[in-house]
Write a protein that binds this ligand. Structure first.
Ligand code: F6R
Length: 242
């Protein structure tokens, strides 16, 4: 695992966007796994700017989703499908046909989870997977004590994560209790993992993930098992590293 400390979120966004652009120059139809939440937004803005400036051609890139709420109506603005379309797919000039994600409206959620794992491998596997990290060390929506070998499946959110995400909804009551998430085993199959954490609030989770033991209690510590994992942190998020 390599750890890269940058001054701030803007610098992190630029660094990771350039890594994604470099990948697309080498492999124009790369499958890029994206995360939602606040942290990766500077990456998507920097990458879209590179596309607009003609520094990289993203027209053949493929985008895939990490996780999804279960039960939000199709088209809900906070479904992760809507968020990824709005923040990533459209700004890169791509269409919905370049995008895949777990179907949070499926009547049979378990079957939809299994179908998503199959779709990812049928697509050749994820070339670069972006990850954020929860204050409790989750990646995707693999909350503490998730199996390190887990596959895409339905999970129940902790109260902490629902409270953390309530800022995107009108009230805590509106935050779904259930999600579909790529499992930790699924995530570890990506060829390159890039985790970004910014802000002091992530410093404990980063320290446990990077310097603590590999443990299901800290799902992000599974990145220590991956042969090509990059953790990008700003100085505040790095503040508890030894
Ligand atoms: C969302 C996801 C989550 C977030 C994490 C951090 O797709 O995978 O693991 O990355 O909850 O969220 P932010 O960036 O909003 O602090």
């Amino acid at each position: 695992m390599e750890v890269v400390i940058v001054p701030d979120a803007t610098a992190a966004g630029e660094l990771i966007a350039e890594a994604m652009a470099t990948l697309m120059r080498r492999k124009p139809d790369a499958l890029l796994g994206v995360a939602t939440g606040s942290t990766p937004l500077p990456i998507y803005q920097a990458l879209a700017a590179k596309v607009r400036a003609g520094e990289v051609d993203a027209s053949r890139a493929r985008i895939c989703q990490l996780d999804e709420y279960v039960g939000l109506p199709a088209g809900h603005p906070e479904s992760y499908r809507s968020v990824v379309l709005r923040e990533v797919v459209e700004p890169l000039g791509l269409g919905e046909d370049s995008f895949m994600g777990p179907d949070g409206t499926a009547p049979d959620v378990q079957a939809a989870c299994a179908a998503y794992d199959t779709a990812l491998s049928d697509a050749g596997g994820v070339d670069l997977q972006l990850l954020g990290i929860g204050t409790d060390g989750h990646i995707g929506f693999n909350e503490p004590c998730s199996s390190l070998a887990s596959r895409t499946r339905i999970k129940t959110l902790t109260r902490q994560t629902r409270e953390d995400n309530a800022r995107f909804f009108d009230s805590l009551d509106e935050v779904p209790h259930h999600v579909m998430t790529q499992g930790i085993g699924t995530i570890l199959e990506a060829r390159h993992l890039v985790l970004l954490a910014t802000g002091e609030g992530k410093s404990d989770a980063v320290a446990h993930a990077v310097e603590g033991p590999v443990a299901a209690l800290v799902p992000a510590s599974a990145l220590q098992l991956h042969r090509h994992a990059t953790v990008v942190v700003d100085e505040a998020a790095a503040s508890k590293l030894k």
